[in-house]
Design a protein around this ligand. Structure first.
Ligand code: NAD
Length: 499
């Protein structure tokens, strides 16, 4: 029987929590070497949040040394694959067993609804660790074709120490996308979570050690981008940076790699994903996909369908249906209310950015169909109601810039050629979708939209078997799927001649 959750239940979970905000290095919690800490306002109510260690170059250096020592000792990478698998599966089980605690830490940090944290974020984090754990004893190397009396082994070997830098919008899920394959491949990791979302990263690391992961294989250093992320990306003994975040910071990461030791980089960056609806589409299905695709997680989703490109003849009808779905299904509530479908934005500065992009749309001539206003201000938190702007053109700021808030830009088109041109007229290429009953057109479109993932008559379907990532300035390298392991390995060829 499923548990009956209430706001009081979650308030009790919150008050019983012990909040650990120190780094996790070499298997132990540690304060910053400088002794410095920071706090920030909680997104749900603006009250002061937990105290977090403010990491610097010295903390990064200690974590990298710990990761390197674990790698060189072979304590993890040379471990029996079956034992490695057992440890990662135990780690996944511990994440599930501590699901309510982890969900609360995530909601406290980022303001997303508690039930989403529990049923989506915790679940997908555990599933990700399990997926890569299960691969460990199924990875084979190759023997290359050679002439007689020779044998060439092509081994896939781990890189060494991986720096992982992650954003705040889906902290646990994105951490698992990178930790899973990097650690399964035999590497050590130093994770620098976003300064807004440190708590679950620290807890994932202590659970990993509890599961049996050797000390030093997975370290966490918390802190700000410039102070903590930059020294990690510039570090001479880090072999790779796996980064998810904005395109702006992604470009800096490439620069740091070039300025230091030519470390490799994988970049999962921003998006402004088009969702194209033709007049022959099932408008009810399209309305639901648009509303959830754009407004889920308060729009703080890299592949949110923020540009609705809709055939002019059905624009008004579709927008009315989107409004109906939004108002009936997508409840904006306090994040600890189990009925909340969407919650708070991450912080006040981000709220201001979202409101200023909304204002720019109005100034440039876009018309508000509904929503897109600050609400629940009396809570002290940062809430914006989901909303739609129409009469938009693709050159308006609101159509071009990633908003990371629950705001949809609707742009009308008349011909298929025009729709495709608008869809691809963006610096990004993360995701896209087409809604039509004409399957020839659906396939033409899915081929022609320049994006890492394209959906036909649906949005946001995904699982661990499918790669995820972008084209163009949405970055390169893929998270998820069996292919993600490749990114954290390299080939080594070993020749032997025999008589
Ligand atoms: P951000 O780029 O501001 O920060 C991401 C991370 O980089 C944080 O940990 C931050 O501290 C760190 N950072 C900032 N400056 C740095 C520097 N100079 N050197 C090293 N590290 C630095 O992004 P954000 O605001 O945390 O997250 C939102 C962005 O992430 C959006 O652009 C979103 O589209 C993107 N994102 C992409 C994906 C994807 O899979 N493509 C998924 C989620 C989020």
């Amino acid at each position: 029987m499923s548990k009956a959750y209430s706001r009081d239940y979650w308030e009790n979970v919150l008050s019983a929590l012990t909040l650990e905000g120190r780094h996790f290095v070499d298997g132990k919690h540690r304060a910053s070497i400088s002794g410095e800490t920071f706090t920030r306002a909680r997104p749900m109510d603006g009250r002061e949040g937990p105290t977090i260690a403010r990491g610097g170059a010295a903390d990064i250096d200690a974590a990298v040394r710990s990761g390197r020592a674990a790698f060189e000792s072979g304590v993890w990478r040379r471990q029996d694959p079956l034992e490695k698998k057992r440890i990662m599966l135990k780690w996944a089980d511990l994440i599930r067993a501590h699901g309510e605690e982890l969900a609360m830490l995530e909601t406290l940090d980022v303001g997303k609804p508690i039930m989403a944290s529990l049923n989506v974020d915790v679940r997908l984090c555990a599933d990700g660790i399990q997926f890569y754990g299960e691969m460990i004893d199924k990875l084979y190397d190759e023997i290359a074709p050679t002439g007689p009396n020779a044998r060439a082994l092509v081994r896939k070997v781990p890189l060494g120490v991986i720096g992982v830098i992650t954003p705040w919008n889906y902290p646990m899920i994105i951490d698992a996308w990178k930790l899973g394959p990097a650690i399964a491949a035999g590497n050590s990791v130093v994770l620098k979570p976003a300064e807004q979302s440190s708590l679950t990263a620290i807890r994932l690391a202590s659970l990993a050690v509890e599961a049996g992961l050797p000390e030093g294989v997975f370290n966490v250093v918390t802190g700000y981008g410039e102070e903590t992320g930059k020294p990690l990306a510039l570090h001479m003994d880090v072999d790779m940076i796996a980064f998810t975040g904005s395109t702006e910071v992604g470009k800096l990461i490439m620069g740091y790699a070039a300025q230091s030791n030519v470390k490799r980089v994988a970049l999962e960056l921003g998006g402004k994903s088009p969702l194209v609806v033709f007049e022959d589409a099932d408008l009810d299905a399209a309305a639901s996909a648009v509303a959830w695709g754009c407004f889920y997680n308060s729009g703080e989703t890299c592949h949110a369908s923020t540009r609705l490109i809709v055939q002019r003849s059905v624009q008004d009808a579709l927008v009315r249906k989107i409004e109906a779905v939004t108002k009936s299904d997508i409840a904006l509530r306090h994040p600890l209310d189990p009925a909340a479908q969407i919650g708070a934005l991450i912080e006040e500065a981000h709220l201001e950015k979202v409101l200023s992009l909304i204002a720019s749309g109005e100034k440039e001539g876009a018309r508000r169909a509904f929503g897109a206003e600050r609400v629940m201000a009396e809570s002290g938190g940062y809430y914006v109601s989901p909303g739609v702007f129409v009469d938009m053109t693709n050159d308006m700021r609101l159509a071009r810039q990633e908003i990371f808030g629950p705001v949809l830009a609707a742009i009308a088109f008349d011909t298929e050629e025009e729709a495709l041109a608008i869809a691809n007229d963006t610096i990004y290429g993360l995701a896209g979708a087409v809604f039509t009953r004409d399957m020839d057109r659906a396939h033409r479109f899915s081929e022609a939209i320049h994006a890492g993932t394209v959906w036909i008559n649906t949005y946001d379907m995904s699982n661990f078997a499918t790669p995820f990532g972008g084209f163009k300035q949405s970055g390169f390298g893929r998270d998820r799927s069996v292919h993600a392991i490749d990114k954290y390995c390299d080939y080594k060829t070993i020749w032997q001649q025999f008589g």
